[in-house]
Design a protein around this ligand. Structure first.
Ligand code: SAH
Length: 208
């Protein structure tokens, strides 16, 4: 019964997103597959399919579905892409990337959130590599990545992360209130495009 109710609401959410933005069916189908209610605090579960961000504890939020669709679209995920995510949070964006066919590596700096999502994701069938650490450092050991997605707002574009991108790779990152799409052209050159305004929790240094 519950599952059906959530499936119906998820379908409505996908229809709303399709009206709000110019999203590919690939991205809309991925959003249509991920049970967002399982990523939410139990007390907020009724709101899981509203197109809004919600608190997930530790002063953090689960991103708004529109934002998840938007960043996913900009990344232009291809099946098998090796993707680094900064800011695992609830794991919702990670799950959408998995549905898009990505191989996901994700870093979270908040220990409590990290442990919560580390046990949740495999339980509900999502396999990703999760790390408790500082996203400003990235994962040099596992680099290079085809794509990098940052889900917290940085002060500037971190050079460490650009270094960990493949040539031709794309990074989508909010800097202040502006979303940037960064394409690595050669070892020393990038193309940076300001794509939109946005609002994110801050990307903080160090771990907690
Ligand atoms: N992608 C998440 C969004 C969570 S909000 C989701 O779908 O739910 C952003 C997350 O980034 C928070 O959990 C926050 O703790 C984390 N974060 C902030 N700065 C970070 C850093 N330097 N390294 C790793 N994670 C960071």
């Amino acid at each position: 019964m519950h599952q059906l109710k959530y499936a119906a609401r998820r379908k409505e959410l996908v229809e709303i997103l399709a009206m709000k933005g110019n999203f590919s069916t690939h991205v809309l189908q991925a959003i249509g597959k991920v049970p967002r209610h399982l990523f939410m605090d139990k007390t907020l579960i009724e709101f899981a399919y509203e197109d809004k961000a919600f608190p997930i504890g530790s002063n953090q939020t689960i991103s708004q579905p529109y934002t998840v669709a938007y960043q996913s679209e900009l990344l232009n995920i291809q099946k098998g892409d090796k993707v680094l995510e900064i800011g695992t949070g609830s794991g919702y964006q990670s799950a959408v990337l998995v549905e898009l066919g990505a191989q996901v590596f994700s870093i979270e700096r908040q220990k409590v959130l990290f442990h919560h999502t580390y046990s949740l994701l495999p339980e509900i069938g999502y396999r990703i590599r999760m790390f408790h650490g500082d996203g400003y450092v990235g994962l040099p050991k596992y680099a290079p990545f085809d794509k990098i997605i940052v889900t917290a707002s940085a002060e500037e574009i971190p050079q460490e992360l650009i270094q960990q991108l493949k040539i031709g790779g794309i990074m989508v990152i909010p800097v202040g209130n502006t979303m940037f799409k960064v394409t690595k052209l050669t070892d020393t050159t990038t193309e940076k495009i300001e794509v939109d305004n946005c609002a994110f929790v801050p990307m903080l240094r160090g771990i907690n």
